[in-house]
Design a protein around this ligand. Structure first.
Ligand SMILES: Cc1cc2nc3c(=O)[nH]c(=O)nc-3n(C[C@H](O)[C@H](O)[C@H](O)COP(=O)(O)OP(=O)(O)OC[C@H]3O[C@@H](n4cnc5c(N)ncnc54)[C@H](O)[C@@H]3O)c2cc1C
Length: 392
């Protein structure tokens, strides 16, 4: 998602780009079941995807706008409710299948004459010794480039080959994902209940069903995967307080181990990391790919500015601007997520009181609540031009 976004952004401005991808994205069929992997796409990400002309393709396939977000704590009466109308916007975001995002971006990339799509191809070796970076592909082909961007995910081979270390620690949780149908519709709301064992999110899909992300301590997550379907449905209904009535159907369940990772460097001469290759965070606020899309937009802007000023686009001086820009924002989000996770995973009575009182207090303070929400939606902060909402 992040690599194709960057390729589209730069390809539109006549940069010559090769995108190497191991797996060919497939289009969805409207009759297909919903994919298990979905992303909550923020307003700033929507803006970026609009600017690379891929947004309409997503809306034409399947995307669900949500106008409300409701968060509450299982250990008390604390709750907070966000409403798009309070912020004067049409929605707080969209839930979109990752496959839909990937295919819509690819569709745009394929229309750009300066972008070469090399797929299915694996990066098997990288040679950093010359003045150009050389990438050796699994079929033996060699690509030479001034700038190599590692957008190859959490276990980035590019990052490893460049000798960039990561700071990492497991969250000691796994996220169990599935698609469920309940007797009541989701009311265009993204729901999240904080349980002592981890957050449970119900994310709205366009046919009225929900994609769930249930983060739980490792053993509990393994149990949730292994238990039979009637037992899982019962536990899910209880954990969600029957908020959307009975759960009628549940898809296959899959669990993802959750690890916080942050690369010690995002750049080297001739090299930059973006998206999960540079950082991974807890999915509790659905920010991972949103941060990655901001990386892509910031790197594109930095490179375009350098070219306009006749500077070397791949020099360390140019690339450090990108790193300084994005590292602070990503670190802030990463530490906020760890803080939230620890605060809400604690059953101590005093903490439970503070948490519930805090949620209710913020819920009652319109301006504070709106400020929090604007930040989460990517409407505030040092945003790249491509991510800024016009007319808001
Ligand atoms: C359960 C869960 C829920 C989440 N929910 C949200 C959410 O609601 N909102 C949100 O913003 N984020 C969410 N995230 C995070 C989000 O999924 C990631 O941040 C996002 O997928 C990162 O995108 P990326 O393009 O950087 O990397 P990836 O999606 O990992 O893509 C990397 C690409 O590189 C290719 N690749 C890797 N190695 C090679 C190689 N050697 N040769 C060729 N190709 C290669 C891979 O095939 C892949 O296509 C969630 C994460 C989890 C685990």
């Amino acid at each position: 998602m992040v690599g194709l976004t960057l390729a589209c952004a730069l390809g539109q401005h006549d940069f010559k780009i090769a995108v190497v991808e191991a797996y060919q994205p497939e289009d969805i069929n409207p009759e297909d079941d919903y994919e298990l992997r979905v992303s909550a796409i923020s307003k700033s990400s929507q803006q970026i995807l609009q600017n690379v002309n891929a947004w309409q393709g997503m809306l034409n396939r399947r995307a669900c706008a949500y106008q409300h977000m409701h968060v509450w704590d299982a250990t008390g009466d604390g709750n907070i409710h966000f409403d798009a109308a309070d912020l004067g916007i049409d929605s707080l975001g969209h839930i979109i299948e990752n496959k839909v995002i990937q295919f819509s971006l690819l569709e745009q990339c394929l229309q750009l004459p300066e972008v070469d799509w090399l797929c299915p191809q694996q990066v098997s070796h990288i040679d950093f010794s010359g003045s150009l970076q050389q990438v050796i592909l699994s079929n033996g082909d060699v690509i030479s480039a001034k700038l190599l961007v590692g957008a190859d995910g959490a276990n980035s081979k590019v990052r490893e080959a460049a000798g960039i270390e990561i700071n990492q620690s497991p969250y000691e949780q796994k996220a169990v994902v599935a698609v469920v149908k309940s007797t009541l519709r989701h009311k265009d709301t993204a729901w999240q209940r904080f349980l002592p064992s981890g957050p449970l999110a119900f994310l709205p899909l366009s046919d009225g069903s929900c994609s769930i992300v249930w983060s739980a301590e490792n053993q509990r997550a393994d149990d949730l995967i292994e238990m039979d379907e009637p037992q899982f449905i019962k536990e899910l209904q209880d954990a969600f307080e029957h908020t959307l009535g009975k759960i009628e159907t549940v898809s296959q369940r899959v669990a993802f181990p959750l690890v916080r990772r942050h690369a010690n460097e995002y750049v080297k001469p001739g090299l930059a990391l973006v998206g999960d290759a540079a950082h991974t965070i807890h999915p509790l606020a659905g920010q991972g790919v949103n941060l990655g899309l901001l990386d892509a937009a910031a790197l594109a802007e930095t490179i375009m500015q350098a070219r306009a000023q006749g500077k070397n686009i791949a020099s360390l001086t140019t690339l450090r601007k990108y790193e300084r820009w994005r590292r602070a924002d990503n670190s802030l989000m990463m530490y906020s997520m760890s803080g939230f996770k620890n605060l809400f995973s604690n059953e101590q009575t005093e903490l439970s009181f503070v948490r519930n009182a805090g949620l209710n207090l913020v819920n009652g303070l319109g301006p504070v609540k709106n400020k929090l929400m604007r930040h989460a939606l990517g409407l505030e902060g040092d945003l790249p031009e491509m991510a800024k909402l016009t007319g808001w």
